[in-house]
Each structure stands twice: as C-alpha cells, then as structure tokens.
Ligand binder design. Structure first.
Ligand SMILES: [Zn+2]
Length: 692
C-alpha cells in the first residue's frame, strides 16, 4: 500500500485557503483524512472516519476539550475543516460509561454536545474515537483486513499477522454497543503499547500524537495485511487480473465451451435488451425506477463465472455497513433463466430472511429488490435511484468481488451470520431515515434521451428533466454539448442525426450507461431561411426533411426495442404551431413538421399496445432558441407587417415564450401527470385566433 504523505505538500496544505485561520492541527486532520480517502482499498464513499482532540477556547475564553470528528454525509476524500463536528469530550466520555443507550439517543446527545449547532451530525463512531487517548485517530474499512477477517480462521490469522502490535475487538454492531464494548475491553489497557486496534469483520483504527504518526501507522498496518495476502499468493487473483481459466474472452477464442457460456454468442443488442428488462423488473420490485450500472470489466465477468459463485455471493457483504447500499446478497442471473422468475425467487427469500430476523419487532420491511446482480458470463449490474447512487453500489461491489476471491484463496469466504447483517440493515437509525421520507422528484431513476440538447428547447428540457431527477443522454451535432453538460447524470454525445449509425450507437450507449430508456424527446430540428415555394431549392427541402422528419423516424425505430422495456415509456415530439397554422415562406419547415406530426400520430397508434405514450407540442415563437436568428426574426416580422417586439408577443395573452416554458412542459409530459395520455397535441403559443 502506497504511503501518500508528502511533507512539503502537508506543510503547504491549506495555507492559501480562506480557512487558514483554522489552527494547524485541524488542517493536518483534513490533509491526512483526504490521503486516506484517496485510497479506495481503505475507504469507499463515505466509509471510515477520523478525528482530532484539541483544546479550544470557548466564547468566554475558557479552554475546552473537543473532539473534531467526521460529520456524517462527508466523504474523507473531499472533506474540509467544516466537515468535522466539534463535540465536547467530557460528554462523550460520560456517554461511554452508560450501561445502556439507544443509538437514536446517542446521536441526539452527541448533537446536543456540539459547540457549533451548524456543524454536521457527528459520526456514530464518535464515542469510540473519544476513548482512544491520542490526538489523532484514523479509522478505515481496509479491504485486506476485512478479507482476512472473513475467513474460517480469520481471528487467528490476524493475530498471526499483528501479534501484540494491535488490540483485537470481536465483532459488535457499530453504534453505542461497540463503543461500550471497547470501553469495557480497554479500561485497564495501556494504549501506548499498541499501534492500532482491529475490529473483526469491520475494519481498523490507528492513532498517534500527530496526523502523520497516525496515518503512517494505518498504512503500515494495512500494508502488513496486504503482504500477508501476497505471501499466500491470493491477492494477485483479482487485482485487475482475470484468471485465464475463467475469462470469457479467452474462452471465446478457440474454446469449444464458448457457446455454452454464451459470451460473444449473444449479440450485443440482445444483451442490452435483457439489461433493460432486468432494470425494469428490479425497479418494479423496488417500487421505484432505478438506474443500472453495468460492470463488464474482465474482473467482473471472471467473478460471474467462478465455480461455487452461488455459495460465495450468497453469504453476505464485505462489512455489515455495506448492506445499506448492496442488500445482503445479489441476484444471480443466468442467461437461460427468466428474469421475472429469478426475481420472484429473490423476493420470496428476502421475505423469509425478514420474517426470520424480525420476529418480535415492529420493524418495517424494506423493499425486497436486490441492489446488484451477478449476471453469469456478463459481469455485475448495480442499481441505485441515480447514476451517483448506482456508482456507489458498483464500487462497493467491485471491492467485494475482489476481497471474496482473496478470502477464497485463504480457505473460504465466510461472512458474518445473517442476523448481524440484518441488524445493520434494519438499524434504528436507518429506519428513522425511512420514516423521515422527504419528497421524491417525479422523474427520479428515469432515463431520457434528448436531441438538440446544446441549446434552446432541448437544453432547457435537459435542465428540467435533471431537476425532476432523471438521468439524461444529451445529444447534439454541436460538439459544445460535451462542455455544457458535465454532470454524472448526463451522458453528453456529439451526434449528427443525419448519420443513422451514430444515432443507433448513441441510443445503445444510453442503455449501456444507465440501464434502459424511458423518455425520448425528439427536439432537434432546423428552420431554413424563409423562402417562398417559387424560390425553394431542392437541397434546402431535402435537408429539412432529412433532419426534421427522417432522422426522427429513425430515432423512434431505434429506441423502440428499449422503450418497450422502459418504465412508463414515452416519446415527446417538438413539432410546430405551423402544423396547425402555417405561414407563407416556410414551406419546407411547415411541411416537414406536419409530416412529423402525422408520423407521431401513427406511432401513437402503433406503440400504445406496448405501453408507450406519444405526445406532441406545437410551440410558436419561442424566442430564445437558435432558430430565431436576427435574420429569421426580421423576415417573419416583415411577413406579418410587424415590429420584432410586436411579433414576439403576438398572441392572445400577449406573453413572450421562452425555452424554459417548453422544458418544464416537456418534463411534466414525461411524468406521471401525463401517464394516461397519448396522441395529444398541445399548442404552446400564448393563444392565437388561428389555433384555438
Ligand atoms: Zn467503521
């Protein structure tokens, strides 16, 4: 394990920062916390925590002993000084002496003991940090240590590795009980005899009088566990490597078994359709739409083909706190198995797991859907309500797959008994979060595809869809689209819609990135400079039809296989008011949009049996779009013998329409408000005697 400490960097850390007034000790606390957070083999996504004990003068000038401990919701990799909650040490030490305390009360009392009410909620491991009589305390869930712990002789092996260098704490659920256990065990212990403390099936603590000492010890201790794995030749199995025996690619090349496994034999398209089905069925079971993150790395695929996969994956997570993200076990999916069947089985075994462990409690069962699937021969698929959440699950799964293989090499992966996992999954603090509820954005977990997304209505629509919780593939011919949309919930692609191959690729890319497709917004279009029919050239006519009509038909056709596996799927078409009320000088535009409307009406008829809604908007004079160049504006205004300003507000309500109005409308049409409407055409023009 790499020691990332850099003395020069540490000295300079935070010095030009606005928070430089924070005393140096806290700056060093931030610095080394970030070093820990930088290594995913130590902590993942909000895992682990660190603290500092300091004497700080209070408002009255009296010195106060405080524990600055990581606040919940902060990630070590990016933590700042304000991410540490200052909690009074005397209160924490008093709490440790209590015989009994519920975790909800512990959290409440810790919050009440903060000297800054605006600070984040202190970590649930705060009391534990307070008990260790050193200034700096670091805690991680290092993969190597947990992997060794999760083997038949894990406790013994850890003792062989560390001997007297560390304290050993048998597994106790995190929270007050763990703090209390450590308090009891360490009452008469001379902490200075040790470099750290190993919590079985959980992680490791290191400590020191300086940030560097504590950090160096953490790295040294974890490196020792890694060296042990290396000496047993087990950690090469998985780190980025694929055993040739299990590599589906290797099997494909010249192995007669290739067909049985199906990798390569299954066309890409079929895989994506099955991925979309899997995502839809899991969303159904979860009761909320989910985003899927498909890990097809060699490592994930070789894991999916491990002999004894069912036994290994069916035991439980790497550390109990992962259960919140991953559920206890994955769905194991084989290609010849129906997804619905596999999920029915998963759901009923989840129900029995709940029933077995919740006896005598009034716990509320969580949804019974898996949070990841191991798809034999294909890899691992992780699920979450947003791309970010799905990525968190995916990262945890990747580390779990690795560590499980290490443990297998050490005599077998043995997770904690299911009751221990259940207790964390149904922890009162987690149940409280559930009761808190909070409003869910209407398009959370939905997946959209928007054309013409770099400007005007398309751009505004992406904004509205994102605000309502959707993940979006934003395509545009303008390469700027990639600069405009830098967001984990947006896949920005430069696509020329007149090149069907690129369109097909973009649709597939959306499905493989997010797991499916629910909403298609056919928005891209061109408005050629006004020409009367007498002067209309073939090239303008053909190009307008190509973009405004043909490419839209291709988009419908190519997205159909995935939309038909979507969740409340819908196609939204941005046509034009000209369809209903044409004006002179815009023949190519009006005719192409009228044909598009007719195409959409036919699609509404054809797609209804598949549950796909097709609705249209007919905007007029949306003045902040690219179509309305100064030239076009002048020409149109001239046609109606008006000034530009009169032309802009030339409607019954006398209002000027903008892209945002359309974006909000389209996002609403994509959502539940329109779930029973198809074939509708909405004119968005401020009202006009030609269209009402
Ligand atoms: Zn922990």
């Amino acid at each position: 394990m790499q020691n990332r400490w850099n003395e020069e960097e540490a000295q300079a850390f935070g010095k030009d920062d606005a928070q430089a007034q924070i005393h140096d000790e806290l700056l060093m606390r931030v610095y080394s916390s970030r070093l820990l957070g930088a290594d995913p083999a130590l902590v993942l996504h909000g895992g682990g925590n660190t603290s500092l004990k300091a004497q700080v003068p209070n408002f009255f000038g009296e010195a106060e002993s405080l524990l600055y401990v990581k606040g919940s919701g902060w990630d070590l990799a990016t933590i700042e000084a304000k991410g540490f909650a200052p909690v009074k040490m005397d209160v924490l030490l008093k709490l440790a002496r209590l015989k009994k305390l519920s975790d909800s009360d512990m959290v409440r009392l810790q919050k009440a003991a903060m000297t800054d009410p605006a600070a984040p909620t202190p970590s649930v491991e705060a009391i534990l940090h307070a008990l260790i009589p050193f200034r700096y305390v670091d805690h991680t869930h290092a993969d190597a240590i947990v992997a060794i712990s999760n083997t038949p002789h894990g406790a013994q092996t850890l003792r062989e590795i560390y001997g007297e260098r560390v304290l050993y704490i048998p597994y106790v659920m995190p929270g007050f009980d763990l703090a209390r256990t450590v308090f009891e065990i360490t009452r008469d212990v001379d902490w200075s005899r040790f470099d750290g403390m190993v919590l079985e099936h959980h992680g490791i603590f290191s400590y020191g009088q300086t940030a560097r000492q504590s950090y160096d010890r953490m790295i040294a201790l974890v490196s020792q566990a890694e060296a042990y794995l290396k000496s047993k030749k087990v950690n090469q199995i998985a780190v980025g490597a694929v055993s040739p025996k299990a590599d589906p690619i290797a099997l494909r090349e010249g192995s007669p078994k290739a067909d049985q496994i199906g990798v390569g034999a299954v066309p890409e398209e079929l895989n994506l359709k099955r991925l979309a089905q899997l995502r839809r069925e899991i969303s159904k079971l979860a009761g909320t739409p989910m985003i899927a993150r498909f890990d097809r790395s060699g490592e994930a695929r070789s894991y999916s083909l491990l002999p004894g996969l069912d036994k290994i994956s069916g035991q439980g997570p790497l550390t109990p706190d992962h259960v919140i993200h991953t559920k206890r076990v994955p769905l194991v999916l084989e290609d010849d198995l129906s997804i619905a069947e596999a999920l029915r089985h998963y759901g009923s075994s989840y129900q029995s797991y709940f029933d077995r462990n919740a006896i005598g409690t009034n716990l509320k069962r969580l949804d019974p859907a898996p949070r990841f699937a191991v798809w034999k021969g294909q890899g691992a698929v992780s699920f979450g309500v947003s791309p970010k959440r799905a990525q968190v699950v995916s990262d945890i799964v990747r580390h779990t797959m690795r560590a499980q293989q290490w443990s297998e090499g050490l005599g077998g992966w043995v997770s904690l008994p299911e009751k221990d996992i259940f207790d964390v999954e149904y922890w009162e603090l987690e149940q409280a979060k559930l009761r808190g509820g909070g409003s869910v954005p209407p398009l959370q977990g939905k997946i959209a595809f928007v054309t013409g997304a770099a400007s005007g209505i398309g751009r505004a629509t992406v904004e509205s869809l994102l605000a309502q919780g959707a993940a979006v593939c934003a395509v545009d011919i303008n390469p700027e689209v990639k600069k405009i949309w830098k967001n984990p919930s947006v896949l920005a692609l430069e696509v020329d819609l007149t090149r069907p191959a690129r369109l097909v690729e973009a649709v597939k890319n959306t499905v493989s990135t997010y797991g499916g497709l629910d909403i298609v917004v056919a928005n891209a279009g061109i408005f050629p400079l006004s020409q009367t029919v007498s002067k209309l050239d073939d090239e303008t006519w053909n190009k307008t039809f190509q973009i405004n009509l043909t490419s839209q038909m291709q988009l419908f056709r190519e997205s159909l296989p995935y939309l038909s596996e979507g969740i409340d799927p819908t196609i939204l078409i941005v046509a034009s008011k000209n369809v209903i009320a044409p004006g002179p000088g815009a023949a190519a535009y009006s005719a192409s949009k009228a044909a598009l409307t007719q195409l959409a009406r036919v699609a509404a008829l054809e797609f209804a049996p598949l549950g796909i809604r097709v609705n249209m908007v007919h905007p007029h004079a949306v003045m902040d779009t690219g179509i309305w160049t100064q030239d076009v504006l002048e020409a149109r205004a001239r046609n109606y013998k008006m000034t530009i300003d009169q032309y802009k507000k030339n409607n019954l309500l006398g209002v000027e329409l903008n892209s945002r109005d359309l974006g909000e409308l389209l996002a609403t049409m994509a959502g539940p408000v329109f779930s029973k409407i198809t074939g509708a055409q909405i004119t968005v023009d401020g009202g006009s005697d030609r269209t009402v």
